[in-house]
Design a protein around this ligand. Sequence first.
Ligand code: FAS
Ligand code: PHB
Length: 391
Amino acid sequence: MRTQVAIIGAGPAGLLLGQLLHKAGIDNIILERQSAAHVLGRIRAGVLEQVAVNLLDECGVGARMHREGLVHQGIELLFAGQRHRIDLHGLTGGKSVTVYGQTEVTHDLMDARQAEGLVTVYETGDTVSLHDFDGARPKVRYVRDGRTHEIECDFIAGCDGFHGVCRASAPAAVLKTYEKVYPFGWLGLLADVPPLSHELIYANTGRGFALCSMRSPSRSRYYVQVPLQDKVEDWSDEAFWNELRARLDPAACERLVTGPSIEKSIAPLRSFVAEPMRFGRLFLAGDAAHIVPPTGAKGLNLAATDVKYLSNAFIEYYRERSDRGIDHYSEVCLRRIWKAERFSWWFTSLMHKFPDTGEFGQKVQEAELDYLVNSRAASTSLAENYVGLPL
Ligand code: FAS
Ligand code: PHB
């Protein structure tokens, strides 16, 4: 089998890249470890930057997002028992974010790919292997139905997430990684109950961080910071709702509607960057190359912008026979990635309770938040980063 670009991973990065390349007439195949149902079963990101919204429109898969997505022009910060609104729209000259779950983005991209008859090989398990990507004729092999298949290609796009095979295949002598692991996780709960507020609430409390988000006017997504050693089975729905209440202000508690969880999971938090993002004809994009703590809602959005840069580079190569885009891909992505890493680390450090925070640290966090909500300059900095920096 032969294709121009072999994409490893059918998460948002791989599917979005496949669509952008197809729209540009570049042939591609996606290999995915899991089944489509398994990929869709993961509950992850919830907030899209305008850049990501534009990319979905560019791929022709934005219709349902515009019908069902919720455009948000502000967020609230809760600290010292008081809520303060950050006017994202007013502080950024009219920008906003769209609340539309990653599951829905993935669903829309899968549907579009299937409708266009593009090849996605699911359930390859851990059989994908990469070959000769340091030369001009890379190959990918995988096993399906007991047979080994080989794909000859011009490029390999590693969109296979943090635990994928692509970064693991990069030459160790060239690969440099940077990592910070946070001493807590996020326990997330999804429930078919109306959100307590029409905008997201990020809470800094003496008991730890909490986030009130949503997926629609009838489906809510809530998170509470939990110790790393907690297991999801340690948390009954009732225990979750009680802890969330303990981290909210009285007015928010009044409005909180609880109900049975339809999903509950604990996500570990880390900051991670792999440099470079190109190894010969192998290119990394999305979580395969970087991870951010979800506090800044950057993970999915960074994957989208990596893929925009990568698709532009491949289009330039095929249309203009120019290597300029592929030669600059890693440098251009990393400049944006490190700014998002910095913002996500800063916001996580400000909003969470660390083992060494203590009473003094809590007062300092509240003082920084008090300064932030009362300073146009500081609020503007938060707003600019939250809605997403320009491409
Ligand atoms: P993904 O990990 O989504 O997709 C990679 C795909 O590659 C997967 O489908 C995987 O099965 C496949 N794969 C892996 N190894 C393979 C192999 N060897 N062969 C073939 N396929 C292989 N971001 C936010 O903005 N907000 C959040 O609240 C948030 N919550 C998260 C919770 C969790 C538990 C995790 C892990 C991440 C969360 N993220 C969040 C970040 C998340 O949204 C990612 O940024 C986003 O999924 C990135 O998309 P991809 O780069 O496509 O990687
Ligand atoms: C979510 O809705 O899942 C969500 C929203 C904002 C974040 C993280 C997660 O910062």
